[in-house]
Structure formats: structure tokens, C-alpha cells
Design a protein around this ligand. Structure first.
Ligand code: ATP
Ligand code: MG
Length: 380
């Protein structure tokens, strides 16, 4: 931002980072907006890359961080059409700072921070909503959610992560337009679903996904389970355990995240398994509709099946001589071991004893040190 200023451009910090700093949280990443055009930004930073085909932005790399620098832009004019279809298909065009603020999703995400005088510029009423701890769309939620239904999942994510409430009209619009989510590009929806689980608030996020009924649209197979938790228990205790994993642990892969979310369903199938039944087919049956709905790649589905099949190696009462000693070298060991750790009770002596066995195997195996560290994260 200082470099852009020195070159007579405007530059503000924007989005989640401003919101998080106001809440004294550590931002996950940093976004900057400027009136410099992408090619000018590119020229000012040697360590930068132009990305995006239709709307270009610049990624500037500092050490291990990437800062996304975009140019102020505005919402495209929605063409009049008789169908009332508001879905945005075209990319935005350059605009003023104010236009840039009001095209954003939520008031708390539309604040600019100016490092020159440490001021916050608020075109959208975001400061008041930060104080009220409220997630509210900028403008009419029934329009903003129809323009981009993925914003509904984003509302769930941000509310769960920073423990804000969703403002009433925003909440009602989510109930009304949730089925529009099936009109979005499947890959984008899938990405947003993974985002719910990546940053340490999987449990709160999936709960809110259920409470807002978005789950009934996105994962109806699972909503059934959540509507009737057995014995009044939490419908999925694994999510909370997943949140205890270090934020950046690369073992939190898409197949593992799916394994955790779908665990109640798949576990139910595994319980009723009889000798000779095909476990792979059962697991696939549980998740196939979801993978087809959101175009989950086949290799992720295969990996998820492997993770479940591998669980038999981690039965707490499994005899030492029956444990596969080379399992640690298999590509699916890490994720499978994570799932076993999430499922099984650390305080159970037999599982603790077995964990010591695996710890020893992991330390003596020739997997890389960083992989060993990721696995050690589980056993502390
Ligand atoms: P996080 O802390 O998870 O990064 P974030 O709010 O920064 O949260 P990003 O996905 O990094 O989320 O997006 C950066 C900013 O871009 C948002 O704060 C918001 O202002 C804007 N934005 C992102 N997605 C949308 C969208 N679908 N519609 C409108 N604005 C969006
Ligand atoms: Mg961000």
C-alpha cells in the first residue's frame, strides 16, 4: 500500500482482513484495492502475477504470503429481462471506491482501511454491524442472493467463524432463495463448502448450514440425519475434532473433509455391514449423489473410499502382529490415520497403545519430516 501511495495511487486494505483486525483476530489473508490498473500494479511489483481471465487482478507475493490486489470495480448493469433472472454472468468493470464497496457481499466485508491515517472508510454501514456483531448483505438480500447464490454459503461461513448473528432479512432471504444455489457453477459451490471446513470452525459452520436449511438444498442426504440425531446426541462429533487440527495442516484435504461431513451416513452403512458385503460400493452409494451434484473429481471419491476401507487397520483391539507395518508408506495413510484419530477416543487404553505403535512406525519410516510433523499434530 505504501508503494502504491508513493506512486500517487490510492490503496486500501479491504474485506475480511479489515473486519478481522477490528475484531482483534489474525486475518487469514490480505486483500488490497487500488485505483491503479492491473498492468500498472504488475509493473510496480516484480514479485507479482496477473491472474484471472475475464477480470484481471494481481497477486503480489511477500515471503510465504500472497496479497490480492484488485482495481476498484463496480457491479455490471443488470439488463432488463422479463424473467427476473438476476444471476450475474458478466464480470465487473472498473469503478469508484464507493461503487467497489457496494458491490461487495456483506457490510462487515465492505470496509476500507487507509494506512496513511489509520482511518476506516465506511460506505456501507459496516462499522455499525461489526459493533452489533451482525452479518447483513449490502443492499436488498433477495437481490444480492439471486445475483450470486454462493453468497448464502459465505454468510454461513463468516457468521460461524466470527460468531456473528445473521441479520433477520438476510436470514429470511436465505430460506427463500436457497434452492438458487443449484443454479451456481458446481465447482464454485463445492469450493465454498470446503471453505466452511478449512479454517477451524467446521462444527459451527455445518451446524449453521443445517439450521439455515441450506443443507437441505446442498446435502439433502445428510440433512435427514441432522434432523433426527440419534439419542439426542450431536449429529456429528467429528467436526469439532477436525477443528482441533492446526489451521494449515495439509492433511485436511477435500476427501478427508468429505469423509468427516459424511461420516454419520457412511458409519451407519458400515455398522450394518455383513461378511462378504462390498464396503467400497456401500461407501460410494452414500456419497455418489453429492459427488455428481457438485462434480467432485473421481480421484477424490476413490481416496475417500480408501480412507474408509483403511479404518479396519485401526481397530483398537487389533493385535500387533496383524497390523500392516508398511501401511505408513501408503499415500492414503495420513488421511486415514486422521480419520481414525477423529473417530476413536484418545482416552481408551487400547487405542492409546495402538497410537504409540503407529507413532513409532511413523518416526522410523522414511516419509518426509514435514509429513511427520503433520501427523504428530494428531498425537499431542
Ligand atoms: P476470509 O477471512 O475467509 O478470507 P473474506 O471476507 O476476506 O474472508 P474472501 O473470499 O477472501 O473473503 O473475499 C474477499 C472480499 O471480497 C470479501 O470480504 C468481500 O468483500 C468480497 N467478496 C468475495 N466474494 C464475494 C461475492 N461472492 N460477492 C461479493 N463480494 C465478494
Ligand atoms: Mg480474505
Amino acid at each position: 500500500m505504501y508503494r502504491l501511495h508513493r506512486n500517487h495511487y490510492r490503496a486500501y486494505m479491504v474485506g475480511g482482513a479489515v473486519r478481522d483486525l477490528l475484531l482483534k483476530r489474525t486475518p487469514k489473508d490480505y486483500d488490497v484495492v487500488t485505483d491503479a490498473r492491473p498492468n500498472k500494479v504488475k509493473k510496480l511489483f516484480r514479485n507479482s502475477y496477473l491472474i484471472g481471465r475475464r477480470f484481471r487482478l494481481v497477486h503480489v507475493r511477500f515471503k510465504d504470503k500472497v496479497i490480492e490486489v484488485s482495481t476498484f470495480r463496480k457491479m455490471p448493469q443488470v439488463e432488463d429481462n422479463a424473467t427476473g433472472d438476476l444471476l450475474l454472468r458478466r464480470e465487473n468493470t472498473f469503478g469508484t471506491p464507493e461503487e467497489d464497496a457496494i458491490r461487495r457481499d456483506f457490510t462487515i466485508n465492505g470496509l476500507f482501511y487507509d494506512i496513511r491515517d489509520f482511518s476506516v472508510i465506511d460506505y456501507v454501514g459496516g462499522l455499525a454491524d461489526v459493533r452489533k456483531r451482525m452479518v447483513r448483505t449490502i443492499g436488498d438480500p433477495s437481490i444480492r442472493f439471486r445475483e450470486d447464490p454462493c453468497r448464502m454459503i459465505r454468510a454461513v461461513r463468516v457468521a460461524a467463524r466470527i460468531r456473528f448473528r445473521i441479520e433477520n432479512d438476510t436470514w429470511l432471504a436465505m430460506g427463500e432463495y436457497r434452492n438458487d444455489l443449484l443454479r451456481c457453477a458446481p465447482a464454485r459451490v463445492l469450493e465454498e463448502i470446503y471453505h466452511l471446513m478449512k479454517y477451524g470452525s467446521a462444527e459451527a459452520s455445518i451446524r449453521l448450514l443445517h439450521r439455515s436449511k441450506l443443507m437441505e438444498t446442498l446435502i439433502p442426504e445428510l440433512a435427514e440425519f441432522w434432523n433426527h440425531p440419534q439419542d439426542g446426541n450431536s449429529p456429528n462429533t467429528l467436526l469439532g475434532r477436525l477443528d482441533e487440527l492446526q489451521p494449515g495442516n495439509p492433511l485436511r484435504t477435500p476427501p478427508l473433509m468429505l469423509a468427516v461431513v459424511f461420516y454419520p451416513l457412511i458409519n451407519h452403512q458400515m455398522q450394518s455391514l455383513k461378511p462378504g458385503d462390498d464396503l467400497r460400493a456401500r461407501v460410494e452409494k452414500c456419497i455418489l449423489p453429492f459427488t455428481q451434484r457438485f462434480h467432485v473429481p473421481r480421484r477424490h471419491l476413490d481416496r475417500l473410499t480408501q480412507i474408509f476401507i483403511a479404518q479396519r487397520w485401526f481397530q483398537p483391539d487389533r493385535k500387533t502382529r496383524k497390523r500392516s507395518k508398511s501401511l505408513v508408506n501408503r499415500s492414503f495413510f495420513g488421511e486415514s490415520f486422521v480419520l481414525a484419530n477423529l473417530r476413536l477416543n484418545r482416552d481408551e487404553p487400547l487405542w492409546r497403545e495402538q497410537c504409540n505403535f503407529w507413532k513409532d512406525r511413523i518416526l522410523r519410516s522414511d516419509i518426509s519430516d514435514s509429513e511427520k510433523r503433520n501427523l504428530a499434530d494428531l498425537m499431542n
